[in-house]
Design a protein around this ligand. Sequence first.
Ligand code: DGL
Length: 256
Amino acid sequence: MNNSAIGVFDSGMGGLSVWRELRRQLPEESLIYYGDGKNCPYGNRSAEEILTFVEEAVEALLARGAKMIVVACNTATAVAIDTLRSRYPIPFVGMEPAVKPAALTSQSGVIGVLATKASFGGALYLANEARYGSQVQIIRAVGEGFVELVECGEERSPEALQTVRAVVEPMIEAGADRIVLGCTHYPFLTDTIAEVVGDRAVEIIDPAPAVARRAEWLLDQNNLRAESGNVARYEFLSAAGEEYEAMLAARANSLK
Ligand code: DGL
């Protein structure tokens, strides 16, 4: 038993899509969310730069006693998860693009994957593509401009619809019936993506619930669960300062 908080990290606000699932599935666990905010977006940055930012975040979370860290960022996972696991003594949960469930359930044999440039270049994604690419056709696309829209809270604007349509429409026209959200910012654009999809039978897959289940499993494996009846605390940190921290808290509190 351990009542310390679980650390949750992202380049910005996107990881709140995972934070929401952690809160839902693990209501007795305290969570410290670190949204970099200062260096977001990470997606087009070099691996060296991303690793530096990730280490800064992890150090800040460890300094606050995090017992486990969920890297709620596909880009940071792609670049840094192996380094983190070898360097620090606590368990780390990473993001994995949900290529497997999409490939296994697709009826059309075509799936679309949305992620950042850095995620597509990572060994994790490439291994997934090599594994399932022979069973289904995989169309990958960078969600160009998506992260910026979410950071500005502009997910339902006309500009968002146009930006999302430009990326998602070609996937659907190519026959994709599954769209994998391979960046934690993208679930905030689900309604906009659904608008582009319209009445076509396309399932949008967010890996956050599976990541929260994995976190729960790891807590049990390591005997790190909070005591029954523990009253969870939620804290928000950022490299971008107090104003951004307040924005994170407000956004998190507004999530259902
Ligand atoms: N939310 C992130 C991810 O899951 C990072 C996006 C970015 O900063 O470019 O990949």
